[in-house]
Design a protein around this ligand. Structure first.
Ligand code: DGY
Length: 323
């Protein structure tokens, strides 16, 4: 039997590309050049499977023409708001993602951002590298204590819980949770966490707020000017979820006018573009979407795609089917 024809849209870790090439009739992307919408439309007619990732855009228009050859989009990443899953489903195309394997590293990056912004690590490093450090003094770059503070977690799935694990056991933080559905009592008890009904209830009580909800239209600008105003002026916002969850214009205003103390962002609305007002805010730590960027995790994500793909073409239900 012919091997399924598979397109990988970006460069992947070498170990995964090698296994992929052994198991499938695969076209890799050695130049790592992002595909255009037109490339995707064409690919739909030539490949049995396409393996996109967060930098690819697959809106309804990609699925519009003709009868697709593609039967599965096996996404490399947990978030899939860049794929119009309704349109895919309407054309009979399955969609999978890669949950679990990146929860720990993404929570590690959220902790990194929280510590960096609270302890002014970015400002300190800039000062030192630019030769502006004049030496130790009692009033130099005074930050905010993280240990024992209250952390609000919005979205209490796997990554939110990994964040609670670190914050509760590592830093003795008090954990408040806001989640669309009720979180099981034993899960909350694990972190001594309390679930509150709404984001409005959560924000005014927190020293730190970390976002771990999905992106997409439903959560676009979930954190807007009105909600930023509910945060304490001494509080910090951390986003490792999706850029569109935060209204960047409103956040820039809050940072510049000091209505919150600071923020840490790993994701942006129009990546890789960052608004100037954010780039120049000193009370903001910015990272270039590094949540899952460890060798271990990026390989695990690739192998998880392989598992989903293998199951699909062997006629089994892929474990991570989302559409
Ligand atoms: C994801 O998986 O959705 C990340 O944003 C990329 O690791």
């Amino acid at each position: 039997m012919n091997k399924p024809k598979v397109l990988v849209t970006r460069r992947w870790p070498q170990a995964v590309e090698a296994r992929m090439a052994a198991n499938f009739d695969v076209d890799l992307n050695p130049a790592d050049k992002p595909l255009t919408e037109a490339d995707f439309r064409e690919a739909m007619t030539r490949y049995d499977a396409i393996l996109p990732t967060v930098t690819d855009r697959l809106p309804a228009t990609v699925f519009a023409a003709g009868t697709p050859r593609t039967r599965i989009l096996a996404n490399y990443g947990v978030g899939f708001s860049h794929i119009d899953t309704q349109a895919a489903r309407a054309r009979g195309i399955a969609v999978t993602n890669t949950p679990d394997v990146l929860s720990e590293c993404t929570a590690d990056i959220a902790m990194t951002l929280m510590l960096m912004v609270a302890r002014r690590a970015g400002e300190g490093e800039r000062e030192l590298r630019e030769g502006r450090w004049t030496g130790w003094r009692p009033t130099h770059l005074i930050g905010t204590k993280v240990s024992g503070a209250t952390l609000g977690i919005i979205g209490f799935g796997r990554i939110g819980q990994a964040m609670a694990q670190r914050a509760h056991f590592g830093f003795g933080m008090k954990i408040l949770v806001q989640n669309r559905s009720a979180v099981a009592a034993e899960v909350l008890a694990r972190y001594n966490a309390v679930q509150v009904p709404t984001i409005e209830d959560l924000l005014p009580q927190c020293d730190f707020v970390s976002l771990h909800c999905p992106g997409g239209a439903a959560n676009r600008h979930l954190i807007n000017a009105r909600r930023l105003d509910l945060m304490k002026p001494t509080a910090f916002l951390i986003n490792t979820a999706r850029g569109e969850v935060v209204d960047e214009h409103a956040l820039a205003q809050s940072l510049w006018f000091g209505t919150i103390a600071g923020a840490g962002l790993d994701v942006f609305e129009r990546e890789p573009a960052i608004p100037d007002a954010l780039l120049h805010a000193d009370n903001l730590v910015l990272l270039p979407h590094l949540g899952s960027a460890t060798r271990e995790t990026r390989e695990a994500m690739g192998f998880r795609v392989l598992e989903n793909l293998t199951a699909f073409f062997e006629g089994r239900e892929p474990q991570d089917r989302v559409a």
